[in-house]
Ligand binder design. Structure first.
Ligand SMILES: C[S@@+](CC[C@H](N)C(=O)[O-])C[C@H]1O[C@@H](n2cnc3c(N)ncnc32)[C@H](O)[C@@H]1O
Length: 280
């Protein structure tokens, strides 16, 4: 599509959730001191013809900052990988309309997006592939995407906002499939705790209080204390560790949230955690 042209986006179910993420990232990026600079997300929200406010309710500063900080923990993991492996490949499973490439690319890395066909089409229209980027219209559960990754380069896989929407055996197979093929690589992912998953399964989870939008079911929940269970997916999962939420603004995001993950009694109250699994 031409720059400046408005583009109608029609998605439902899990693919539609990418618009909630984008809407909140763009909202945070418009704050005076954003925790995540993301001009591309702001531009996309302006260009997309979609009833953001009618669907998701008014933007909420607190949720938007939390979302942006989670995204930032993914960015930090990708940056650290690219510092160590500037010519590596970042495989972004379920990338949606993530604009991470424009935030962290180093001018040398390869980027592979693996997305469902309906979302891949939207991404291609709004964020056409650049030289070192590729969009593969395929489910992440179809492990043939692994054959599209250059085996001579180090690999970091990201699954941001994906695993919770899969069934537990699917999550296990996906992690095992990554571990088996990408020795020396790693997977960065996020997970919701079991109470959160259960609420979505009962259809009780509203993303923003007062909006009519209900989060689609998230069948996979993982409590922080169970994180090491991820290692049982495959013998090549050598290490799993939670990533710390970067510091944000205000008392909660500036002081409480970054340390909550270390307090066993309350760490599951957080709606998500981000972690990295390393493969041997
Ligand atoms: C919550 S959104 C996350 C999008 C993006 N990662 C972000 O954080 O903004 C969920 C995404 O999962 C994608 N998705 C759902 N099931 C998938 C699958 N089996 N394979 C690949 N992508 C999938 C949807 O198309 C959607 O883009």
């Amino acid at each position: 599509m031409a720059d400046g042209e408005s583009w109608k986006v029609q998605l439902d179910g899990v693919p539609e959730t990418l618009l909630w993420n984008l809407y909140h990232r763009a909202h945070e990026a418009s704050q005076p001191r954003p925790v995540l600079a993301d001009p591309k997300a702001v531009e996309l929200v302006e260009r997309i013809d979609y009833p953001f406010q009618e669907t998701f309710g008014p933007t909420n500063d607190w949720l938007a900052q939390g979302q942006a900080l989670r995204v930032r923990s993914f960015d930090l993991a990708v940056r650290s990988f690219l510092t160590e492996h500037p010519d590596g490949t970042v495989v972004a499973l379920a990338e949606g309309l993530e604009t991470q490439y424009w935030r962290v690319d180093n001018g040398r890395a390869r980027w592979l997006c693996v997305e469902l066909p309906e979302t891949a089409e939207v991404r291609r229209s709004l964020l056409p592939e650049e030289d070192r980027q590729r969009i593969l219209a395929r489910s992440a559960l179809d492990l043939s995407w692994r054959d599209e990754v250059d085996p001579s380069r180090p690999v970091l896989i990201t699954a941001q906002g994906l695993l919770m929407y899969l069934r537990p055996p699917e999550v296990r197979e996906l992690i095992a499939g990554c571990a088996e093929r990408f020795g020396g690589g790693a997977l960065v992912f996020d997970a919701v705790p079991r109470w959160f998953s259960a609420r979505t399964l009962r259809g009780e989870m509203r993303t923003t209080a007062g909006s009519g939008y209900t989060t689609p079911p998230m069948p996979w929940g993982l409590d922080a204390g169970e994180l090491q269970r991820v290692r049982t997916a495959h013998p090549a999962v050598a290490e799993v560790r939670a990533l710390r939420l970067p510091r944000g603004r205000g008392l909660y995001y500036g002081a409480v949230a970054p340390v909550l993950g270390r307090v066993p009694a309350v760490r599951n109250l957080r709606p998500t955690m981000t972690a990295i699994a390393r493969f041997s």
